[in-house]
Design a protein around this ligand. Structure first.
Ligand SMILES: [Cu+2]
Length: 187
């Protein structure tokens, strides 16, 4: 009897996993309601100057941990391109149909931008700690030279991206240059 129950349980789990997995995979690429989340894991107790708020839940990456992973092995001639992987766009690749609207939600504790660029590059925050002073990648021109002019999606806010032409579009955060996504518009 116990064996039968275990077997039933096993089959149920298997069916559930089978039933869920294809939907999850599809939702990442093709969806009637395409969305991107701007995600981080900042710990509000250790990040400076109120940069990190408790929304929608406190993260647990301390500022020291963030800095420790800020300078990754993906460095080209001293130019830093990749920082802490918990700071990311989720998903980082989205395929949509022409005419679809993408909803972009900041689920993180910090402010982020969702900025379309022609070419990825450096961000609006020049110098340490986000970019090594004098060694930054060349700032993408779509990111403002003056950080006060950043168009930030505030914590918990949602913005809409619509009217994208057919083909791939590059988006990035102008504060954290390694937060990137491509929205590919199918004809
Ligand atoms: Cu960011």
């Amino acid at each position: 009897m116990r064996k039968l129950r275990m077997l039933t349980y096993g089959v149920t789990v298997l069916v559930c996993v089978w039933a869920i997995t294809p939907n999850v995979a599809r939702a990442q690429v093709k969806s009637q309601d395409p969305r991107v989340a701007l995600v981080d894991n900042c710990d509000p107790n250790t990040f400076p100057n109120g940069l990190c708020v408790v929304l929608p839940r406190p993260g647990d990456t301390t500022f020291a941990e963030f800095l420790a992973l800020l300078f990754s092995p993906l460095i080209d001639s001293g130019r830093v391109f990749v920082g802490h992987p918990a700071w990311r766009f989720e998903p980082s690749y989205l395929s949509i149909q022409a005419g679809q609207t993408v909803r972009v939600t900041n689920s993180g504790g910090e402010g982020h931008t969702f900025t379309e660029v022609l070419t990825y590059g450096g961000g609006s925050i020049v110098g340490p700690p986000l970019n090594l002073n004098g060694l930054d990648a060349v700032r993408a021109p779509e990111c403002p030279a003056n950080p006060n002019n950043l168009v930030v999606v505030a914590q918990g806010d949602t913005v809409q991206v619509k009217g994208l032409s057919a083909g791939p579009h590059k988006f990035r955060c102008c504060i954290h240059p390694w937060m990137r996504a491509v929205i590919d518009v199918e004809e």
